[in-house]
Design a protein around this ligand. Structure first.
Ligand code: ZN
Length: 259
């Protein structure tokens, strides 16, 4: 089993464009850093705004820095419902067809006509982590969470397996599984809890199957034997497959690639 990935719970927040920031906080205001976030360059500012719709409002919503080219509001589903909005699940920055709302600051208000999203749950990692977990950028994986412990924030174990988790790989990233507060509350998870990454299809293989003896060259005969035994042939850099072994192995699903 690979090492677990720490959970990072993201409460509702907003990213502002520079223009919107000054409309909300005044021409001389400075976006001031209170705390660095785990991902390179991102920070929580001391500025708070209110989100408003005709139905309701949510106060004390943190502004994150640095500035973005377009203002974005990230909510948990239950918060969107409270505001009467139905935003889609989106990767950051993808605003086409998303709803807007009113943002209120101490110096003014801004109506945005799009930019409210439910953030797609995702794992940040470096290229080295991606090699370790054998995943690639933009791949969709499963993450399992089974928080246990005596902290008052948690109750009994309430295991949840999250699907549709987006892998995001960048050199500046730190290993982190980002969930919103609804997702975290569904299993009683708090920031720092360990989560386990599952690649699609990897569960039955890891549990029930063994590896075929390691060789440099595999023939059709090896593939047949592996298939009959229910074992897997590990294809690594330098492994040679005869053309018929390659065809049959694909058909029988006996290859595991580790390139
Ligand atoms: Zn994130």
């Amino acid at each position: 089993m690979k090492k677990p990935i720490p959970v990072g719970v993201s409460p509702r927040h907003t990213h502002l464009s520079k223009d919107d920031f000054h409309r909300l906080f005044g021409p001389d205001a400075v976006l001031s850093r209170v705390r660095d976030l785990t991902q390179g360059g991102q920070f929580a500012s001391e500025q708070l705004v209110t989100l408003a719709t005709p139905l309701s409002r949510i106060e004390n919503v943190r502004v994150l820095g640095p500035f973005r080219s377009a203002t974005q509001v990230e909510l948990a589903k239950s918060e969107a419902v409270r505001l009467g909005l139905n935003p889609p699940v989106r990767d950051s920055g993808d605003h086409d067809g998303t709803p807007g709302l009113t943002i209120i600051g101490p110096a003014g208000r801004v109506e945005i006509n799009q930019g409210v999203i439910l953030a797609q749950r995702h794992v940040h990692m470096t290229p080295a982590d991606a090699r370790e977990y054998q995943v690639v950028d933009k791949e969709i994986v499963f993450m399992a969470l089974s928080p246990k412990g005596t902290s008052p924030a948690r109750s009994a174990p309430r295991t949840v397996i999250f699907g549709d988790v987006l892998i995001r790989v960048q050199e500046s990233f730190q290993l982190d599984f980002h969930l919103d507060t609804d997702e975290a509350n569904a299993c009683g998870a708090v920031t720092g809890d360990p989560a386990v990454l599952f690649r699609l299809g990897s569960v039955p293989l890891e549990n029930n199957r063994t590896y075929y003896p390691k060789k440099r060259l595999y023939t059709e005969h090896d593939v047949l034997k592996a298939s009959r035994e229910g074992s897997l042939i590990l294809v690594e850099k330098g492994t040679i497959l005869t053309p018929s072994a390659k065809d049959l192995g694909r058909e029988k699903g006996v290859f595991e690639f580790k390139l």
